[in-house]
Design a protein around this ligand. Structure first.
Ligand code: NHW
Ligand code: EN5
Length: 388
């Protein structure tokens, strides 16, 4: 059934519900000298390459591969269209390894036909802090699918992660594999109803007309939270502290230091936006929200070629209700011409998606850990991790 995944140190379907198995690593690390020193073999026509994302030319090759071959929705109407600046942001956090940006080229033509990446992250699972990799952007060109290239790529990224003495990983996928840590639901807040309906992203339900939809999703012209402003470099220590305290509530969550908060949250146009609430009296930072920009290509539409989507990232509320913060995020996203604002039902997101007129998506996102067993699956609300 899962000829590859059955061989890997992940929770197996046969063990689901067996709460007698211990929590923690499934297999122990081996001495680094015993990690395979040479790359795995690829089929003869192909070769490994390190994709130096700092190079404009190579970054563009990766961008083109993903733009044409990365994740689509169930009906193949949309395909994620990560921008080059976004890829640079997502792939170069503090301490990143360039050897973890792995490509496959056709030997003869040098055409880039497959890609997989990992970045380092400090993850907390209950009381244990574990150095992990986050694996993402696995992509095989459409013409090379179903040839068992993906397992080779996964083994190769695993080997390079092991060479850095890291033995656990986290990853997400829209497909169901052995065995999810949790299953999350996508929710979508319509900002531009006319376009979403025109491109098939959403439909007018029964007894809903276009003018009623436009009215239903209308938002105030300006934000309501006093002291709300864009995050600046000087806010980094306060935001790190808020995030540290907040993420400690979840069963699985990353641990970010100041450098990581600066990298992941400092605003970058068309990549990541963060807003803080600065108390008008004490000038303390009491709350913040953030969202990233991830457009999708619209496949086969006469009028539109891209859907501009915002995805909620990390939010912390202490003085301002989360509901009001996200309402302000929606207003800012609307002002910035986003068509839709997306969220998963992780962390404390479920109540606000229900209150703020998000609609349930047709996609789910499964979260996985590699070489780390949990006694039982988590609820989405026990998860404090967002992956790009
Ligand atoms: S999820 C997005 C993945 N990418 C896409 O969906 C893009 C469009 N699709 C493709 O490019 C975010 C291909 O269909 C891909 C599969 C490349 C997906 N995760 O080569 P074969 C991520 O990037 C298994 C894991 O013939 P293909 C996360 C499948 O179950 N496994 O298929 C990535 C089967 O194994 P099985 C996946 O269609 C996490 C085998 O691949 C998978 O030509 C990676 C078939 O291979 C997926 N999304 O190529 C794991 N999709 O056992 C990291 C399929 O069932 C693990 N498969 O026979 C951690 C490693 C690090 C550890 C460190 C200690
Ligand atoms: C890992 N980092 O399926 C990446 N998206 O719901 C891998 N649906 O956009 C993650 N099918 O429901 C892969 N509109 C998993 C995600 C793959 C992409 C995907 C879903 C998530 C999505 C949209 C469009 C569906 C188009 C037809 C959707 C309905 C929204 C509607 C708004 C108004 C109120 C009712 C709901």
């Amino acid at each position: 059934q899962h000829k590859f995944w059955e061989t890997q140190p992940v929770g197996q379907f046969k063990d689901v519900g067996n709460s007698s198995l211990p929590e923690g690593p499934i297999e122990q690390p081996t001495p680094l000298s015993e990690v395979k020193q040479e790359p795995y073999n690829l089929p003869n026509l192909y070769e490994w390459t390190i994709c130096d994302i700092n190079s404009d030319e190579i970054c563009n090759e990766v961008y083109v591969l993903l733009t044409n071959n990365y994740v689509e929705d169930d009906d193949n109407l949309f395909r994620f269209n990560y921008s080059k600046e976004f890829l640079r942001w997502g792939l170069r956090p503090p301490g990143y390894f360039k050897s973890w940006h792995i490509g496959v080229r056709v030997k003869a033509s040098k055409k880039l036909v497959a890609f997989i990446t990992a970045i380092p992250v400090k993850m907390r699972v209950r009381d244990e802090v574990v150095k992990m990799a986050e694996v993402n952007f696995l992509c095989v060109h459409k013409k090379l699918r179903s040839k068992r290239l993906a397992p080779v790529m996964i083994k190769e990224v695993t080997r390079r992660i092991h060479l850095e003495n890291i033995w656990q990983a986290a990853y997400t996928a829209g497909v169901f594999l052995p065995t999810p840590v949790t299953t999350c639901q996508y929710w979508h807040r319509t900002l531009n109803p006319k376009k979403l309906i025109d491109v098939g992203f959403s439909r007018l339900g029964d007894r809903m007309t276009m003018s009623r939809a436009i009215k239903l999703y209308k938002l105030p012209n300006s934000t309501s939270t006093p002291g709300l402003r864009k995050m600046e470099l000087r806010d980094v220590p306060a935001v790190t502290q808020l995030l540290k305290d907040y993420l400690s509530r979840f069963v699985v969550a990353p641990i970010f230091d100041d450098d990581e908060v600066e990298h992941w949250l400092l605003p970058q146009e068309n990549v990541i936006e963060s807003y803080v609430v600065e108390s008008l009296e004490s000038h303390e930072i009491t709350d913040f929200f953030s969202f990233y920009t991830l457009p999708s290509s619209i496949l086969n539409n006469q009028n539109y070629s891209t859907l501009k989507a915002a995805y909620t990232f990390y939010n912390v509320s202490t003085n301002t209700s989360l509901l009001q913060l996200i309402q302000d995020a929606l207003i800012i996203a609307k002002q910035n011409d986003f068509d839709v604002f997306n969220a998963l039902d992780i962390m404390e997101n479920e109540p606000f998606v229900k209150e703020l007129k998000f609609g349930r998506g047709d996609g789910q996102l499964y979260y996985y850990l590699y070489n780390y067993r949990l006694r039982s699956p988590l609820k989405p609300s026990e998860l404090g991790l967002v992956m790009l």
